[in-house]
Design a protein around this ligand. Structure first.
Ligand SMILES: [Zn+2]
Ligand SMILES: [Zn+2]
Length: 640
């Protein structure tokens, strides 16, 4: 199905990476002792479960060293839990991004005090340096073994395994069903911390028993652990839901769950991003369209979405006919293509759309701006001849690099190729995969290969970005569509030989959705947007009422230069007004008093607290206008 992955769960990891304005922890003392896990960690775990636990229930581990360390930590945690709570039953314990968890059957939830005791017991086990010993046995023996030990979840897993022989791992008094690998002994665990616990259904299914899951993190060194804990804390401070309220960007109300109300300041950011997108697309031969939101069911029957995706659509009855709010823009865009006969000379046609979509996400999964029911994609559908695919993708990748560069987000790429079940001919697939591959090469981009992970209708490039905290977010997809739209909607162009042919369609979004991208940006910048995106770019602050007239002149000059400026002439202390502007992350404060009004200057301050002294008003205006026009990521006015 043509379902671009919307509603992803925030950053997928918090790997260490370049930071722009973030401070590293000065010392371990800065790290709070107790941390609550953000809910996105749970979403991450769900994704990991999909990856690790096969349909049979077999537990397939990632053999990379860090995952091995973390997975081994989960065994040690389970051992500690069994020592302290002997009646508890063990379920599964995989490594996940940045850590691990283990699920236990226990009537009462674990308390923070329990976690502290478990962590202490883990330290005892680590100190004992128990070797992890592998042992193989037949499935039947293993079944008997775990039945005897009264471990029903292990029994259930074993019942789902087809293999004749299975492996068990023992460290001291604890033995677990596992494929491995593990570190050689428990003493290899150096730096770990238990983060939180929460309820989780066995195999993620609400019909199954509720288990108690404990999340932990483990790192090769104490220093890395401390940095991770600091990043976790920093991520909490940067949470876009919190900053969105504090900075008056957007809000949610119970009448529309999962649908943001954009406040004036947030809407300014939306508009700046739209303007940015349109400038780039206009210059690259895109044509903007807008297709309806309320669309008859029969379109989705034709596209195939009705069969597979109708539960995710909002349905509306109009004069006894069934309509839906569109969950995607692809099928509607074909109407624009099909309304005229297209010649090979007309192609490529690049239709962009600020497409407002709705998807019926379960209310329990809605999360701020990153998982919503209504979102606006910066969508585009590119209709082309097969021989144009490589050039189009090459240009698209260049555009992607340029866009993310503006926001100082570091992209990385994954190419997914033909899955086992797919539509289209060998030749179509080979040439499309080669086109994507060569386009990546032409842009000198390194990428990971995901063999067999493409959609059934074509290969794709997924693009991840790394934010200032080093976290990975998947936001963009470039999807080559060889058969879906072309076949289902009988798209044609008349080729040079006079024959009708099927075009290739490329689906692509670069921001993904405005909602999610702004959520990402709020956290990436910690609310301190570069000047061009900042809802308020400058605030004029007269020292006292005596300077109100001059302050008004400066304010009006800024506004005349189309700089988003405010005047704060309130009868409050100067220090208070400066602090408030800083808290609102206003890039520049222009303080004016007697001296400034005499010399046509302002006393310029940055939100960072830097006091840059007196700068002529003319220069502030010129430099500020330049900084905004060039969409500079840095605050440079008054620096040189
Ligand atoms: Zn294991
Ligand atoms: Zn599409």
């Amino acid at each position: 199905m043509l379902i671009e992955k919307e509603g992803l769960d925030g950053p997928r990891s918090m790997r260490r990476g370049a930071s722009t304005d973030s401070r590293e922890p000065a010392a371990s003392g800065d790290v709070p002792a107790k941390l609550k896990c953000p809910s996105r960690l749970e979403h991450m775990a769900e994704a990991e479960e999909d990856r690790h636990i096969k349909l049979t229930g077999e537990f397939d581990c990632d053999p990379s060293p860090l995952a091995t360390l973390r997975h081994s930590s989960s065994h040690v945690m389970a051992q500690a839990v069994k020592r302290l709570f002997p009646g508890v039953k063990v379920a599964i314990g995989p490594a996940i991004e940045d850590g691990f968890y283990y699920d236990f059957a226990k009537a009462e939830p674990f308390t923070p005090e329990d976690l502290a005791r478990i962590e202490d017991e883990m330290c005892v086990i680590v100190k004992a340096d128990l070797p992890f010993e592998r042992q193989e046995m037949s499935r039947a023996e293993a079944l008997a073994f775990f039945r005897e030990r009264d471990e029903p979840f292990k029994v259930e897993i074993l019942e789902g395994i087809e293999a004749d022989r299975v492996s068990l791992y023992r460290q001291g008094d604890f033995i677990d069903l596992c494929r491995g690998p593990h570190v050689p002994s428990t003493g290899k665990l150096r730096a770990f911390k238990l983060l939180s616990s929460s309820g989780a259904y066995w195999r993620g299914d609400e019909r199954n028993p509720m288990l108690q899951r404990i999340y932990g993190t483990a790192w090769p060194s104490t220093q890395e652990l401390e940095q991770y804990l600091w990043r976790l804390e920093e991520a909490k401070k940067r949470d876009h839901r919190k900053l969105g309220r504090e900075l008056d960007l957007f809000d949610f109300f119970d009448v529309a769950p999962g649908e943001p109300f954009w406040l004036p300041k947030g809407m300014t950011i939306v508009r700046e991003l739209e303007r940015f997108a349109r400038e780039h697309l206009d210059a690259r031969g895109y044509q903007e369209i807008s297709t309806p939101m309320l669309i008859h069911q029969k379109l989705w029957v034709q596209s195939g979405h009705w069969e597979h995706y109708q539960d995710n659509m909002f349905k509306v009855e109009v004069e006894d006919e069934l309509f839906t709010l569109k969950p995607m823009n692809c099928p509607p865009s074909t109407y624009v293509y099909r309304r005229a006969i297209r010649s090979y000379r007309d192609l490529p046609l690049r239709y962009s759309e600020m497409g407002r979509c709705h998807r019926n996400e379960r209310s329990g999964t809605l999360t701020g701006l990153v998982r919503v029911r209504q979102f606006t994609q910066d969508d585009a559908h590119l209709y082309m001849r097969p021989d144009q695919l490589q050039d189009e993708i090459t240009a698209l990748l260049e555009l992607v690099r340029e866009w993310y560069g503006t926001f100082e987000l570091q992209p990385s790429y994954k190419l997914s190729t033909r899955p086992e079940k797919s539509l289209g001919t060998d030749e179509q697939w080979q040439s499309a995969e080669a086109a994507l591959h060569d386009a990546l090469k032409a842009n000198e981009l390194a990428y990971d290969l995901n063999p067999g992970d493409g959609a059934f209708y074509g290969p794709k490039i997924d693009i991840y970005v790394q934010d200032a905290l080093g976290r990975q977010w998947q936001i963009a997809t470039i999807q080559a569509d060889l058969t879906m739209l072309p076949e289902r909607f009988a798209l044609e162009y008349i080729d040079s030989d006079g024959q009708p042919k099927r075009p290739v369609v490329v689906h692509r979004a670069i921001f993904g959705s405005y909602e999610r991208f702004i959520g990402l940006l709020v956290e990436h910048y910690a609310g301190a947007f570069p000047t061009w995106l900042a809802p308020v770019q400058a605030r004029v602050i007269p020292i006292s009422e005596k300077h109100a007239a001059y302050a008004t002149i400066v304010h009006e000059r800024l506004r005349g230069a189309r700089i988003r400026a405010e005047l704060d002439g309130r009868n409050e202390k100067l220090g208070y007004r400066i602090r408030e502007a800083q808290l609102q992350k206003v890039p520049y404060m222009l303080v004016v008093g007697e001296r400034e009004s005499q010399s046509a200057t302002v006393s310029l301050r940055h939100r960072s607290g830097d006091d840059l002294g007196a700068v002529p008003v003319d220069r502030v205006l010129a430099d500020l206008s330049n900084e905004i026009a060039s969409r500079s990521p840095r605050l440079g006015v008054g620096r040189s």
